[in-house]
Design a protein around this ligand. Structure first.
Ligand code: ADP
Ligand code: MG
Length: 246
């Protein structure tokens, strides 16, 4: 499944919902094959920004590009076939077994090998396909469900992977386990990843760079080491203190 990700860029992106400004002029670059974590309190605009990259959200102003292509010129359906997306609750379809769920993107694309791609992805995320492929989502544990959701994100061999708090609801031990899997597969696959998390320590553990969001803006965007050493705003310092990571 070797493949290297593409560059992602947002430039001066604005998005409002009625009176609420969800994104107040956000710019962000994610280099090919790297992982950027979006961190910030609830309502700071993380999910909205993430969804701009697969056109589930259309910015009102500003531009988004993936692999050098301006997304306003790209068909959203075709785009989503090249973008892995894991939504907050995993979003597995309950009446589809794990293999069908995992193979959804190649299946939508009309790829006759969708089952093989599903099994490959399931094996990759630590859910042996021969054991788990035929199971219903309800017969999986929370951690296994998130692994299956991750497999679905990867089975279409995406250039970019958008993860919305994928490990947020898991207990600590399961979480560490799945984080380890994520690191191992990312070092092999080198997809370009944007990972939303409200856990700064998770961001430090999994990401190359961290963007701290507050009220629809990016407060600071830096490498993990730089953010830890030199927070540029009081808000970022406060977050570091709270995470016990300063
Ligand atoms: P986060 O993911 O950081 O919690 P969101 O991007 O989901 O934040 O939301 C940012 C802001 O936009 C919040 O105030 C939220 O209530 C608002 N918002 C998000 N989606 C919608 C929507 N579909 N309709 C109305 N308001 C929305
Ligand atoms: Mg969110």
């Amino acid at each position: 499944m070797n493949k290297t990700g593409v560059r992602i860029e947002a430039r001066d992106v604005f998005k409002r919902y009625g009176p609420v400004t969800a994104l107040a002029g956000v710019s962000l670059v994610v280099e090919p094959g790297s992982v950027t974590a979006l961190v910030g309190e609830s309502g700071s605009g993380k999910t909205t920004l993430l969804r701009c990259f697969n056109r589930m959200v259309e910015p009102e102003a500003g531009s988004i590009s993936v692999g050098g292509r301006d997304l306003s010129h790209v068909d959203p359906v075709a785009l989503r076939h090249g973008v892995g997306y894991v939504q907050q609750d995993g979003g597995l379809l309950p009446h589809w077994n794990t293999r069908r769920n995992a193979g959804m993107v190649p299946w939508l694309r009309g790829d006759p090998e969708f089952e093989r791609r599903a099994d490959e992805a399931l094996n990759l995320v630590g859910l042996p396909a021969n054991e788990f492929g035929a199971r219903w989502p309800r017969a999986l544990s929370g951690g296994q469900r998130q692994r299956a959701a991750l497999a679905r994100g990867l089975a279409g061999r995406p250039d970019i992977l958008l993860l919305d708090e994928p490990f947020g609801a898991l207990d600590a031990i399961t979480r560490v386990d799945i984080q380890r899997t994520f690191r191992a597969l990312q070092s092999e696959l080198r997809v370009t990843v944007i990972l939303v998390t409200h856990d700064l320590r998770e961001a430090f553990h999994l990401a190359d760079r961290v963007a701290v969001m507050k009220s629809g803006s990016i407060e600071q965007e830096a490498t993990v080491a730089e953010l830890q050493a030199r927070p540029t705003t009081d808000y970022v310092s406060e977050l570091l203190d709270k995470a016990g990571a300063a």
